[in-house]
Design a protein around this ligand. Structure first.
Ligand SMILES: NC(=O)c1ccc[n+]([C@@H]2O[C@H](COP(=O)([O-])OP(=O)(O)OC[C@H]3O[C@@H](n4cnc5c(N)ncnc54)[C@H](OP(=O)(O)O)[C@@H]3O)[C@@H](O)[C@H]2O)c1
Length: 273
């Protein structure tokens, strides 16, 4: 991994996860700076990771090789417009904000600044995230590699050919952890209804989710084939799977993820028009 000077704008949950992952991977703490208006956030990050923090953005930004915009989408216009005077050296800017288009960022930050849009997800907090990245034409191959390495510190990285795919990633994996939490809730509840105690049902459900994901990741066949292999004719699994299919579970997921995609596109319009 390169040791580019990283400046995070915003020191909240996502920035903390990324910094935690980078430090764990051996990234030098003296190459990481966080800017957050709340001095307390800075103190917490300094104590946890030994990095440097500032309450003002532009002094740090002028010395950055890579700037990571990790503020809420609602404040992005103000933050990005304020940063513009500090970007004459054209550092790479990576935005992890949902719904803020590259064109909007370009207009706020100034022309010629290379921009990468990234959609991570919350399991980045436990270094098991999934990120989709889209690079604008001004991003060079070295910067692309650097951005990929930064996000790979907290999980997997998928490069996207079209910016519209960022909204698809938002709908699938950005919002996706909540879909799995719902499945976990529902399975745990079903176990309790059968008469298991809540803690036993919770532990069995969670370990089953983890085990199934690990098996699917390690396997050279797809999830559908794995499912067929564990579904014996006339057995218990077949009964449950048929019930889920009769109740159109795949169609429900298709509709839910399409609805999330529509909302991501709507939000992009609301935030950048
Ligand atoms: N969390 C997720 O699952 C997730 C997933 C994908 C993408 N994202 C994106 O990641 C971004 C950050 O999300 P988050 O969950 O980390 O939010 P967060 O915890 O609220 O962090 C944002 C931080 O930015 C700070 N901030 C506000 N105004 C600032 C300014 N002018 N200059 C510098 N820092 C400023 C906030 O300080 P105050 O608290 O004092 O306002 C806060 O510490 C969002 O755009 C979100 O869309 C998040």
């Amino acid at each position: 991994m390169s040791e580019a000077k990283l400046v995070f704008i915003g020191g909240g949950n996502m920035a903390t996860s990324l910094i935690g992952g980078l430090i764990e991977k051996g990234y030098p703490a003296d190459r990481i700076v966080v800017c957050d208006p709340l001095a307390e956030s800075g103190k917490r990050l300094e104590a946890a990771f030994g990095i440097t923090t500032h309450t003002e953005n532009n002094t740090a930004a002028t010395a950055a090789d890579i700037i990571i915009l990790a503020v809420k989408p609602q404040v992005m216009k103000t933050v990005a417009s304020g940063l513009a005077p500090a970007l004459a050296h054209k550092p790479l800017v990576i935005s992890i904000a949902a719904g803020i288009t590259a064109a909007a960022l370009q207009s706020w930050l100034g022309a010629e600044v290379p921009i990468i849009r990234c959609m991570p997800n919350t399991p980045a907090l436990v270094q098991s995230g999934a990120s989709g990245l889209f690079a604008t034409a001004l991003v060079n191959p070295t910067q692309r590699q650097q951005a990929g390495d930064i996000l790979a510190a907290v999980g997997t990285v998928s490069w996207l050919d079209s910016e519209d795919d960022v909204d698809k990633v938002t709908a699938l994996s950005g919002s996706g952890p909540a879909y799995f939490f719902l499945v976990i809730e529902a399975m745990t509840e079903a176990g309790v209804k059968l008469g298991l105690d809540a803690e036993t049902a919770r532990q069995l459900t969670l370990q089953t989710a983890l085990g199934a994901a690990r098996m699917a990741i390690a396997s050279d066949v797809d999830a559908g084939e794995l499912r067929k292999r564990v579904t014996s004719p006339a057995g218990t699994t077949e009964k449950a799977i048929n019930s889920l299919l009769d109740n159109q579970l795949p169609e429900h997921f298709e509709q839910a993820i399409a609805a999330a995609y529509d909302r991501a596109q709507e939000m992009a319009k609301e935030l950048t028009d």
